[in-house]
Design a protein around this ligand. Structure first.
Ligand code: SER
Length: 355
């Protein structure tokens, strides 16, 4: 399946389960001064979770453009991106844990036809209820892993907001992709940058957050009006699994961008590790800069403008390493716009400004 088909099948699936399809919100969060950029699908729904405003439906679904500043310097390896699309289904005081688990398994197994045996789940150490729900739905005990707050508690986005324990589905790509250590499992420590061994076995795909609390700026927590669900499934990672490729850069999302870079540099992709890394940086940052510009961010000395300036500078620095000493980002933007302009029309509407 192409990434467009995966996105559409996700949104259609949740529409068939009575969810209202909502467009992605801007990368510039509205009414949330504690958040620099939109980092997740739930950001535009914060006031629904808190009861401050009424949702158009208690069940919502979206594909949200999201930006994670913390990952800028990691971009170039197999997995990190600054901009990604987060597919999500949301229950605002409607269904809770059981339905969230059943929907997730049903979408992966019945719709995408991924093998059930390849999934493992993680749950928060205080959340036996969700562990039992996974078991009742065919995930055996030895494939349910328990973690603490660091891995299985989500939120708030920014300094305050809804939060709660979460449960994740990871995809097992097989022991031959692993580090070979006895304790290898989801969140394997050899996934971490800087470790001697590399582990590509488990890919974290879907995070199901059981929103129950509001985290206040002073660190206290109060209970939300009603238990709710916020899920996030990374489209690029899912595309890598569906297309059976090693890295997000080998999916249909990035191949056309990398092909353009191959064309303008005259270099080959995937031969030399330094130039491969630089090509990935140029492709990813050109894409994310295009999206930031499409939402009206301009390069500057602080805040979002500085994020944009950093990624443009990093793209140019890596472009120079590839021998690109004339402007080249505009050419890559055109490919981004032709590829993603249907799902994100702002990429085409603001062409002149972006260029
Ligand atoms: N908010 C959660 C996340 O970002 C699930 O969408 O992972």
């Amino acid at each position: 399946m192409t990434s467009d088909q995966i996105r559409e099948s996700f949104l259609k699936y949740f529409e068939s389960k009575s969810h209202l399809r909502v467009s992605s919100s801007s990368l510039i969060p509205v009414g949330d001064p504690t958040l620099l950029l939109t980092t997740a699908g739930m950001v535009q729904f914060k006031s629904y979770f808190t009861g401050q405003s009424e949702p158009p439906s208690k069940r919502l679904t979206s594909s949200q453009k999201s930006f994670r500043v913390v990952d800028i310097d990691e971009v170039g390896d197999d997995t990190h991106l600054t901009l990604f699309e987060m597919l999500g289904n949301f229950s605002i005081g409607d269904y809770f844990k059981k339905e969230a688990v059943i929907f997730a398994l049903d979408f992966f197994i019945s719709v995408l036809e991924l093998p059930k045996d390849n999934f493992v789940a993680t749950v928060h150490h205080d959340d036996n209820e969700t562990a039992n729900i996974w078991k009742d739905n065919g995930i055996p005990t030895d494939k349910i892993f328990i973690f603490g707050d660091e891995d299985n508690w989500w939120g708030p986005a920014g300094l305050e907001g809804p939060c709660g324990p979460c449960s994740e589905l990871h995809y097992d790509r097989g022991a031959e992709k692993g580090c070979g250590q006895q304790d290898c499992g989801p969140n394997c420590s050899y996934l971490q940058k800087g470790s001697d061994l590399l582990c590509d076995r488990y890919v974290e795909l879907w995070n199901l957050v059981f929103m129950q609390f509001y985290h206040h700026i002073d660190g206290t927590r109060t209970t939300l009006p009603s238990p709710s669900v916020d899920t996030g499934l990374g489209l690029e990672r899912l595309a890598a699994v569906m297309q059976d490729v090693k890295s997000v850069f080998d999916t249909d999302i990035f191949v056309p961008l990398l092909n353009t870079i191959v064309k303008i540099t005259g270099l080959e992709y995937g031969i030399d590790s330094n130039s491969t890394y630089s090509m990935r940086v140029v492709a990813e940052h050109a894409r994310s800069a295009s999206f930031l510009l499409a939402d009206g961010v301009v390069p500057g000395n602080e805040g979002r403008g500085y994020v944009l300036r950093r990624i443009i500078r990093r793209a140019i620095r890596h472009g120079l390493k590839l021998g690109l000493n004339k402007p080249f980002l505009g050419e890559i933007y055109r490919v981004v716009a032709s590829q993603m302009g249907v799902a994100y029309p702002e990429l085409r509407q603001h062409q002149d400004f972006i260029l």
